[in-house]
Write a protein that binds this ligand. Structure first.
Ligand SMILES: [Zn+2]
Ligand SMILES: [Zn+2]
Length: 150
């Protein structure tokens, strides 16, 4: 059973905010709690729906600003999508590769590096130094495929 006490427990959100000279407001702490809940991949709109009961009146711009702040602090990853709002992922360790189901909009982690050796070589051939990348693959998830053929 996993607990919050990982061997290399990172700083708490409060500590991290304070370290950057920012206040750990109840809004920020609540939004952080919501995005670290399952499911891991959320849009700002989903966050807004989840916090609506607990803290009504939290505006979408505030939520976007807070999520982007967390991205800057390294607490979240922002995954750009081609069609639709960006996703925020509380997994900042694994590869930045995802699959998005176009039927049910489910987002799944894909355990491969988004920057392939081919991409790396092609970039270097143009004198480009690769630092990071995002990979989003669109298609149909297993459940939706099963539903299609039923
Ligand atoms: Zn699906
Ligand atoms: Zn993810």
């Amino acid at each position: 059973m996993s607990t919050g006490l990982a061997p290399s427990a990172p700083l708490s959100v409060e500590d991290l905010l304070h370290e950057h000279g920012m206040r750990a407001t109840p809004q920020r702490l609540l939004i952080h709690r919501v995005v670290c809940d399952r499911p891991r991949h959320v849009t700002a709109e989903q966050v807004q729906r989840k916090v609506a009961d607990l803290m009504p009146g939290l505006s979408l711009p505030t939520i976007y600003a807070t999520l982007d702040l967390f991205v800057e602090l390294g607490l979240l990853r922002r995954i750009p999508t081609l069609s639709g709002p960006a996703l925020y992922d509380s997994d900042t360790e694994g590869p930045r590769s995802h699959m998005v189901c176009r039927a049910c909009s489910k987002i799944l982690d894909l355990p491969v590096s988004p920057v392939t050796d081919d991409a790396q070589r092609a970039a270097e051939a143009q004198g480009f130094q690769v630092e990071s990348g995002d990979l989003v693959i669109y298609g149909l998830c297993a459940q939706c495929r099963a539903g299609d053929t039923a």
